[in-house]
Structures are given as C-alpha cells and as structure tokens.
Design a protein around this ligand. Structure first.
Ligand code: ADP
Length: 958
C-alpha cells in the first residue's frame, strides 16, 4: 500500500519533479537520478539506455556501445566487477571525474582500450561527470576484465593517499613568476575608484562598503546575506556542471566596484587564494578588439603578458582549470548579445572575441575555469541562464550601508552626520541613495545639499543636476559680479560632452578615442571638468581614451544634448520613448544610427549585433529628458536655448508618456466573467511611471491614471526598491478607484514602505510578501493606513517582523471594524506577539482571515488567540501551521470550533498536537455543522491513530 501511495505521489507531483530534473538546462540532475536507480537495481541496463539523454552525439561511437551492452546484459553479472560498476556507480562517477585522463591511459596500458576509445568519452561538450559516466558505460561494454581494471585503477589512486579531487601541487617557477606579475598589475588597476579620479584620490580600501547580495534562487541552506567570497564559492549552486556565476544588478548598483574589490583582495593575497591566477576582463574594453584571437592571446594580451615561457604557462592553465578565475565585467555592454550557437572547443583556434567569451562562459572552452560575469538584468536571457551555476543579485546599499558609506566618504564626522541628517529628512533622497552611484553623488555634493534647504533634491534628475553644478563650480567658483547662471557659463562644455554621450548611446560606444572627442569638439578644458575619466587599460598599449565617470552620467549628458541642442532631429524624443520601435519608424536620422539602419541588409547586421544595454540606456536617458524638461527646471535653460523649443519638447514628452500609458492599459486583457480586472505590469510600466515622477507635474500623473480601470495591480518580481516606490506612489495616488497593490518579491524595505504612504488611500489590499520589511516600516505603515477608509487587507509573509510590530496590528484591529485580512506568515512572532494580537482581536468584529503560518506562538500564543476569537462571528479562516502548537493549544482552539459561528477552516498542520488534543477537536466538531475542515498533517500522531480518527471525523485532514 505504501508503494502504491508513493507511485501516486510521483504521478501527482509529476510536473514538479520534471521541473526539478530539467529546469537547470543541464542533464546532470536527470543523469544523477538515473545513476542511483541503476545502482539500486530499479532500472535495468536496457531501461537505462532507453531513457538516457546523450547530447546529440549518438553518431560519435556510441552505437557500437549500445549493441555490445545488449549482448552483455544477457551474461550473469552477479558478484562481479561489472556488478560493482553498477551498484557503486554514483560514488565511482564522483571519484573518476577528476582523473578521466589517468583512467583512460591505464585502460590503454592494460590493453582494454585503444586510443580510438578516447574520443567518445572525452567529447569537449561533456562535463567531467558526463565523461566519467561515458567511461563507465564503455568499460561495461568491454566486459568483466575491463571493469576489474578500472576498479583497480580507482583503488590504487585512493591507496596512494591522494584524494582524487585535491591535487597538491607546486606550480612551476615560470607560473609563479607570472602570477606575481599578474597580481601586481591587477593590484595597480584596482586600488583606486575611478569616480574619485577627477577630484580626490580615494583608495578602494577607504571607501568600499558592502552591498546587499542575494541569491536569485531560493536556497534552503543559505541563511542571511551573502559575503563577497560566497560569490565565487559553491554556496547556492543550482547547476553543478556550470562554472559561471552571474552577478546581476542595475546600472550603478556597484557591480564593477564589487569585482574591483575581489580583484584587489585576490592580488593582495587576502581572499580567493585557492585561485592561482585571476584574469579580469571588461566587456566594454573587449568591444574595441577588432582582431580574431585565440584564448591564449586573449589572456596574455588583454590581461598580462608573460615575459617568458608563454606556452608552458598556458599549458599549466589548460591542465589546471580549477585553479584559474576569470571575471567579465558588464556583459550587457558587449556589442553582441549572448548566444551559444557558435561552438568552439579548441583553445588555440582564433575567433572573434565575443565568440571566445561566449564559449568560455558556457564552458566549451576551458571547462573547469571559474568565471564571474556581471550584467544588468536586461541582458540575461534564458540561453545564458542555462549555463550558469548560480545567479547572485546585487541590490545596492542597505540602509546601514548608506550610513557607512557616507561616514567613510567624509573624513570630518560632523559633516557626515549633517549629510545623514539631511537624508533622514528627505526620504525620497534617502531612497535614491540605495543606489551606490547616487550615494556617491550625494556625498560628493554635500555642500550643495546642505545649502539648499527646502529645495532638497527629490528626483534622479535633481541629483545629477547637483553634480553638474558641483563640477562646474569647482572649476570656476561663481563670481559675485557676473550674474551668469552656472549652466550658461558652461553651455559649450555641456553641448560638446552631450553630443559625445548622445552619439555613444546611439552606437553602444562607451570608450572614446581622441578622434571621437575631436569630432564632438571636446576640448582639454571640457575634459578637465571631471565628467570624463581616462580609460584604464590592462594592456596599456593604446593611446589615451576616455569614458564617462559612469554610464548613467553618459545617459545624463545625452539627455542634456537632446534637450538643449537644436541639432537633434524633431523625432528624437518620440523615438527615444518608443525604445524598441525606433527601427520601425522608417525615419532615417543622424541620431540613433545603430537603431535606424537605412537598408534591409544593414538592418540584418545591426539586428544580430544589437547591444543589450541599448534599451536600458535609452530608458535612463528618457528618464533624464523627462526630468530636465519638467517645469521646475525649465528656467535653467532660459538663456541657453529658445524657450519655445524647450516648451515644445516638454509637450512632446508629456504626449509620449500619456501615449505609452494608454498602450499599456489597452493591452490589459478583459477579465474572465466573475473575476476582477487585474493588470500585471508589462516591461516598461515601471519605467514610464518613473519618467512621470521625474516631471513632478501632478497634471501629467493625473492624466496618465485617468484611464486606468483595474481592481488589482500586480507588480511582483519587478525589481521595485524605494525609488520605484516613490514614483509609484506619486502616480498611483491619482487613481480613481481603490485597487489591490501586489508588490510581492521585490526589495521595498522600510524606506520603500514609507515612500508608498501617499497612495495608501487608494489601496484596498497591500501585498508585500518577501520584501525585507521590519517592525519599523510596519509602525509607519499602520499609522497611515489606519486613516485610510479603503484599506482592508495586508499580506506580509516572509519579512523581518517580530513581536514589536504586533501592538500596531492590534491597534489597527481595534480601530478598524471593517478590516478583513491579516497575514503575517513566516516572520518571527512568538507567544508575546500572539498575546498582543489577541488584545486587538478581542475588540474586532470584522476580520475574516488570520494567517500566522511559520511563526513561533506555541501553546500559550494559541491559547491567547483562541480566547480572543472563540466568539467570533466573522473569522472564516485561521492558520497556525508550523507554530509549535501542542495539545494544550488544541484544547483552547477547540473552543473556537465550539462557539464561533463563522469559522470554516482551521489549519494546524506541522505542529505537535497529540491524540488527546485531536480528541478534543473531534468532540468540538460534533456540535458544529458549519466548519468545513481542520488540517492536521504532520503532528504527533501514529499511523493507527490517524486512521482511526480520520474515520470518526471526515472533516479532519491528516
Ligand atoms: P555598476 O557597475 O553596477 O554600474 P559601479 O560599480 O560602477 O556600478 O558603481 C558606481 C559608483 O558607485 C562607483 O564608482 C563608486 O563611486 C560607487 N560604489 C559602487 N559600489 C560601491 C561600494 N561597494 N562601495 C563604495 N562605493 C561604491
């Protein structure tokens, strides 16, 4: 009967199981399960061959293998080496994976294999474990004595005392010399931050502040935040066959700085010492490599040239891939998007650099070398994900991180305190500072910030205008006699750099040569302003090149150019806001060259080389254009260009935003009859909202929202942090109907919660599952929503709540007699919290759902809740799953069943209730006809007890 149940379970969970086996994109999980089934005799060899998934290489020598093994199957294998190969398959594969070469050679020596047998085993597309499996399969097909030989080889290896996985080796002298040269070059490249280049030198040691790192996938073994070395380590691995780790984050979230930190620590011998050699690459710089290169040339020419013995050093790398680490910064900035179509296995073959890079990432080249790649999220598609061993999200600074960064930035602590105070007073700005690049600007501009009083920056555009003014005034402090505005005095510089930035954005160019600067009339004086920095180049053979301090700075200058120049074409703004459709407008133009090819043929080329960074950069630029053209800033441009032109452009932007929104709304499907109309945010929705916020004109926000009629707005997994919350609240507050706002699985945090307050009056239910919210955020939220008539439901599953927040909920329950649903699952609420909640519940007569799954309220908590709820005539659903509730708690809860006229479902799964407790529930149910079910799975009950009690009361579910 048990087996029957298991089969049933497998059938029931079929989709989940398939998903678990196949979703990583590698056959490894499936193959491992097959190994175990084979070893346990659950699968015959024949079954195994039918299921086996060999990656498109059937022709490569395996047809002979399967025919041999069919013959073999008929032989008696019991008690033989061949049998051992089967029964110990999983552990043999583990032991073999690092010594395939040796095993093959031993088999040749013993006469069981010929060199022709090497190829089908060592196909370059196979991972080491796959090679081990193929080796065992082939050995099996050769018969008993081959099986004995391979077992003997493994045995000897172990006897020799060397664990097969750990080689103790002393690298050759030349390699050690090279290591020294490489690390001193890496050290020199990484000890200063380029953003501080123009003003003060700031060593990375002095300013580096930990960012927030999270695994993109849920992982049960990982508690708390990840540290720097965890990025490279094995923690959170989802695909063991892959060698590439992706660090994903928005522009300015600190990806380059994080790699820089890793490089520096390695070069100094302070971290990652397992890796003998570390090769850092910047995709931005790889873009300018026009030649075809081999991997060897790529490493030596782009990172560090070995003075001698190149071949020997490269051979060492090939032989010891596990000791090598590569980093690739900014995959999104590469001109070509990732593809795994063009396979390359040979390390000496030359190919275009992006092909090399893609093959290194997927492991067809230099399998076993650890790779860390950074990228913005937009560039990460399913094809790339297939080749990742894990994905780590970099989410900028935490509130503590902001504090820490500001203190490090200012050597004078009183200044630091003043800056921090002014951030606390302006939470919109505080929200912006979660992005390290903005935190840097704000700290850099502390004088402007502290001097601006009421007009403290609210938007991203405000912050960039502040640094613009800061850099200009640093060069030429304002003279009291000359009443020119800072922007007029530097108009030329703005236009020169603007054109450079603009053309760069249009052609995916971030590094500018002398010729590029000349073309845009960028002078030495413009360079001295500090917005450009000299490119760092590992190979240092090129002439001087420049880049903007940060890509967002380039977008800002591009936006200034669009706003101030009379040379951009009149479709520039509409094209900018339409993003992807730039190519469809059919209007050829000087700008956005790469997006607007003039012939079909050209289009094809451009299409395949379409850089992934383009869309996000255009989005950032458009956000700045919105901000720069907002009415608040129009006066800045009074004497810079014609007012009529600026006003016209502002009208264009307003029209684009309104049109963009309407398009979104039109795409919302009609609701199924009987259901509410719900909108899931499409890509670009949050961006449009942010543009509207930059304009700071409520008229535009109102108009944008006037046509949106939905009941539920779903923005789950949309990368929403405090900044997005500010913009959302600014726009959504103008909705005409109250809506449900679902923000599950974002990074709202306490600062974000505070930013949402202005739109709480149009919110009827708020879903904030998994958002890093603490009691502090809840305190502010409840103080607000208590006054919002529409607010009736809240879900806060999986945040950081403790007993300290329950008094606020209690207050809410007491005050609001129309509140319907409170879900606080998976937080840290104990019996004390439950007692507080009970206080509120006693005087509440409206709540229908109460969820406390996965807290720690125990018996005492359950008793408190039960006594508050026993006479409830509204509560329909109560969940105390996984709360350490025992029979004492169950006795108390039985009183709700006895007396409440409304409760329909009671969830008590995963507690420690014994028979006595359940008896009490059964007895209570005898007098209750409206109750539908009581869930009791996984409590302290024996199988017999379960069986017997289930028969007595069918509403109990075990
Ligand atoms: P990304 O590569 O994600 O666009 P960067 O690493 O270039 O972001 O960060 C932009 C700027 O923000 C840096 O030049 C630096 O001034 C600041 N910054 C980023 N991360 C950190 C950090 N961890 N500690 C200190 N400053 C940082």
């Amino acid at each position: 009967q048990d087996d029957g149940k298991k089969t049933e379970l497998v059938l029931k969970k079929r989709t989940d199981i398939l998903d678990a086996l196949c979703s990583s994109g590698s056959a490894e999980h499936l193959e491992r399960v097959l190994d175990v089934l084979l070893a346990q005799g659950e699968l015959t060899w024949e079954d195994y061959q039918n299921v086996q998934v060999l990656p498109e290489v059937q022709g490569a020598g395996f047809s002979s293998l399967s025919s041999c093994s069919n013959v073999e199957e008929k032989e008696e294998t019991h008690g033989t080496s061949a049998q051992t190969l089967l029964t110990q398959r999983p552990s043999l594969i583990y032991k073999l994976q690092d010594c395939i070469d040796g095993a093959l050679k031993a088999l040749v020596q013993s006469g069981h294999f010929t060199s022709a047998d090497f190829d089908p085993v060592q196909l370059p597309i196979y991972t080491p474990t796959q090679q081990a499996r193929r080796l065992l399969d082939l050995v099996r097909s050769k018969g008993e004595s081959a099986a004995a030989a391979v077992l003997q080889y493994i045995h000897q290896k172990q006897e020799a005392g060397s664990s097969l996985n750990e080689e103790k080796l002393t690298p050759p002298k030349e390699v050690l010399k090279y290591q020294k040269k490489l690390s001193s070059s890496v050290c020199a490249q990484s000890c200063f931050l380029s953003t501080y280049g123009g003003t003060s030198h700031m060593s990375l040691d002095d300013i580096y502040t930990e960012g927030q790192l999270e695994l993109a996938h849920e992982c049960v073994d990982v508690q708390g935040p990840l540290g720097l070395e965890d990025i490279v380590g094995t923690v959170g691995t989802v695909n063991e066959e892959a060698d590439t780790v992706l660090v994903c984050g928005e522009a300015g979230s600190g990806k380059s700085t994080l790699l820089q930190r890793l490089h520096l620590l390695w070069a100094r011998g302070a971290a990652l010492q397992y890796y003998l050699l570390l090769f850092p690459f910047s995709c931005r710089r790889l873009n300018s490599e026009q030649r075809e290169l081999s991997v060897q040339e790529l490493l030596f020419q782009h990172c560090c040239w070995p003075d001698r013995e190149q071949e020997e050093i490269f051979q060492f790398i090939l032989d010891h891939p596990h000791l090598i680490l590569f980093t690739f910064d900014g995959l999104d900035e590469l001109k070509q998007s990732f593809s795994d179509e063009h396979r390359l296995c040979c390390p000496t073959q030359r190919a275009p650099v992006h092909i090399l890079l893609f093959n290194l990432i997927q492991g067809s080249l230099l399998k076993g070398v650890r790779k860390v790649v950074t990228s913005r999220p937009e560039a990460v598609g399913p094809v790339l994900k297939k080749h990742l061993c894990k994905e780590v999200l970099l989410k900028g600074f935490s509130p503590n991180g902001i504090d820490c960064f500001v203190r490090k930035h200012h050597s004078d602590p009183t200044v630091a305190v003043k800056v921090l105070e002014s951030l606390q007073a302006n939470t919109a700005l505080l929200g912006l500072c979660h992005s390290p690049v903005l935190c840097w600007i704000v700290s850099q501009c502390h004088k402007e910030l502290l001097g601006c009083g009421e007009g403290s920056p609210q938007t991203i555009t405000d912050v960039y205008l502040m640094i613009l003014q800061h850099f200009f005034q640093r060069q030429s402090p304002p003279k009291s006699t000359v009443r020119l505005g800072w922007q007029q005095g530097h108009l030329e510089t703005i236009l020169h750099l603007g054109q450079l930035a603009f053309e760069g954005i249009s052609t995916t160019c971030y590094i500018f040569s002398g010729a590029d600067l000349e073309k845009c009339d960028v002078t030495e004086k413009d360079i001295c302003m500090g917005f450009l920095t000299q490119s760092k180049d590992m190979s240092s053979s090129h002439s001087k090149c420049y880049e903007f301090l940060h890509v967002t700075m380039q977008c800002f200058f591009a936006a200034l150019y669009i706003v101030l120049s009379s040379h951009t074409d009149r479709y520039a703004i509409p094209k900018l806001f339409e993003l992807q459709e730039l190519r469809d407008t059919g209007v050829s133009s000087m700008c956005f060259r790469s997006c607007l090819p003039s012939t079909d043929q050209e289009e094809q080329i451009v299409d395949s080389e379409h850089a992934v960074a383009e869309t996000p950069n255009l989005q950032i630029t458009a956000t700045f254009v919105s901000g720069l053209l907002s009415q608040r800033h129009q006066s800045l441009w009074l004497h810079c260009c014609s007012t009529a032109m600026v006003e016209k452009k502002a009208r264009q932007v307003a029209r684009c935003l309104s049109k963009g929104m309407q398009k979104h709304f039109k795409s919302i499907p009609q609701p199924v009859q009987g259901e509410k109309k719900s909108m899931h945010a499409m890509p670009g929705f949050v961006w449009l909202i942010k543009c509207i916020y930059e304009m700071q004109e409520s008229r535009i926000a109102k108009e944008a929202m006037s046509k949106l009629q939905v009941d539920h707005l779903k923005l789950t997994y949309c990368n929403i942090g405090p900044v997005e919350c500010t913009a959302l609240a600014y726009v959504l507050q103008h909705l005409r109907n109250a809506v449900g706002i679902q923000l599950d699985n974002n990074s709202v945090g306490d600062v974000g919660v505070e930013q949402l307050l202005p739109c709480m009056h149009i919110c009827k239910s708020l879903y904030l599952r998994n958002n890093n919210i603490t009691d502090e955020g809840i305190h502010k939220l409840i103080a607000k929503v208590i006054q919002c008539d529409n607010f009736q439901k809240i879900a806060l599953f999986n945040n950081k709540l403790t007993d300290a927040c329950t008094q606020h909920f209690s207050h809410l329950l007491k005050t609001r007699q129309d509140f319907l649903s409170l879900r606080l699952g998976n937080n840290n609420i104990t019996e004390e919290g439950a007692k507080q909640l009970a206080e509120g519940l006693k005087s509440n007569h409206s709540l229908k759902h109460l969820g406390l799954w996965g807290n720690k309220i125990g018996d005492v908590g359950a008793e408190a809740l039960a006594s508050a709820l026993e006479n409830s005539d509204t509560l329909l659903w109560l969940s105390l799953v996984g709360n350490g509730v025992g029979s004492e708690g169950a006795y108390a809860l039985a009183n709700i069943i006895r007396n409440s006229t409304s409760l329909e479902e009671l969830w008590l799964t995963e507690n420690c209730i014994t028979r006595a407790g359940v008896e009490c529930l059964i007895e209570a149910l005898e007098h209750n006809t409206h109750m539908k079910s009581v869930w009791l799975r996984n409590n302290d009950l024996s199988l017999e007890e379960v069986k017997e009690m289930a028969q007595r009361e069918s509403r109990l579910t075990f």
